[in-house]
Ligand binder design. Structure first.
Ligand code: SF4
Length: 341
């Protein structure tokens, strides 16, 4: 029996007691074994709702499995086929430097900040925010979450992705000067105090290596080669790219955009290449789907069917993901605030 057949046999044996989640950026060979395919939070919610599932296997990166563990019932255990699959962007915001920045902001304007943390973050950062009245957001609901902060007449401390924060506030009609970017590698974030006093958002200088590879030159070149094409990019892309594109949106919004486009459309997509390649295959002969640039996530690619099979056949404790009880309640608080919106 080959690996795929052996995985199928495990899935049949376990039935509803096992649920395998696959993020959109996984390869098709991995997703062939997924019970549910989606973006990170959607997958965690579905796993938590499948209460008969005793074991949840997350084919994605570490912060996603942590979110699944935070939302899981006590009897559900969460595993990853490769626990080394991290997210470099999530790791760019470490607690000591975030705490130092928080102190700077509150010295300048005490009590007037709300931390907003993208779900692409580690559980301890979610907890830091939850504990300080903060909230998580996704790339789909970032606008609604930022509005929730602004409606309270407070200012936003956005972590860890500069681009999602900046692009979203711009979409809401704010000028570029409303955002200052805090560079944790520089003393005081390399931001003058006056700028911190006057802005609406301080955005942490974190980024996704996959989406920051997209450039405005690529968009211009695509328009030259395919004048009829429409370009859509993920909001983790730099602001020049997001503004030059016809649209920007989360993974789910990109998929909806392609679905809604008329037959014969040419759509160029700036996001992780495995999703774009799958959409190209799905719409072959009806719509032309091209990648803006073949940018892939090396961490997502760490998971493969062989590692999935190894996990299912041995269930090693080292592949189990749990969130420490010191951190979990506050991290859940940040997630709960978002889910109540
Ligand atoms: S695509 Fe970017 S944000 Fe997503 S896991 Fe990879 S590095 Fe992290």
């Amino acid at each position: 029996m080959n690996v795929a057949s052996q995985i199928d046999a495990f899935r049949r044996e376990w039935g509803a007691r096992l649920i395998i989640l696959g993020h959109h950026y996984q390869t098709s060979e991995v997703l062939a074994h997924a019970d549910v395919i989606g973006d990170s939070l959607e997958l965690s919610r579905k796993a938590a709702a499948a209460r008969e599932a005793e074991r949840i296997v997350f084919c994605g990166v570490h912060f996603m499995a942590e979110s699944a563990a935070l939302l899981a019932a006590p009897q559900q255990q969460v595993y990853m086929p490769d626990v080394q699959a991290g997210c470099p962007m999530a790791e760019m915001a470490d607690l000591p430097r975030v705490s130092a920045a928080w102190d700077v902001l509150n010295r300048i304007d005490p009590g007037n900040w709300i931390p907003v943390v993208y779900v692409n973050s580690q559980a301890d950062l979610k907890a830091f925010c939850g504990n300080r009245g903060g909230i998580t957001c996704t790339s789909s609901n970032a606008r609604k979450v930022l509005q929730w902060v602004l409606d309270q007449n407070r200012r936003i401390f956005f972590l860890p992705d500069e681009h999602l924060g900046t692009n979203t506030l711009h979409d809401m009609g704010f000028p570029d000067e409303a955002v200052v970017v805090y560079d944790p590698r520089q003393s005081g974030g390399a931001v003058p105090e006056a700028a911190l006093r006057n802005c609406r958002m301080v955005a942490w200088k974190g980024f996704c290596r996959v989406h920051t590879l997209f450039t405005s030159e690529q968009v211009r070149e695509v328009r030259r080669l395919h004048p009829a094409a429409r370009v859509i990019v993920h909001p983790e892309s730099p602001k020049e790219v997001a503004r030059l594109a016809d649209a920007h949106g989360s993974t789910a919004q990109i998929i909806d955009y392609v679905r809604a486009a008329p037959e014969g459309s040419i759509i160029v997509i700036g996001t992780e290449r495995h999703l774009v390649e799958r959409l190209a295959e799905e719409y072959r002969g009806r719509k032309t789907i091209l990648t803006l640039w073949p940018s892939g996530c090396a961490n997502m690619a760490r998971t493969n069917p062989t590692k999935l099979f190894d996990l299912l056949s041995t269930w090693p404790e080292r592949n189990r993901i749990a969130v420490s009880s010191d951190v979990a309640p506050d991290a859940r608080l940040a997630l709960d605030r978002m889910m109540r919106l």
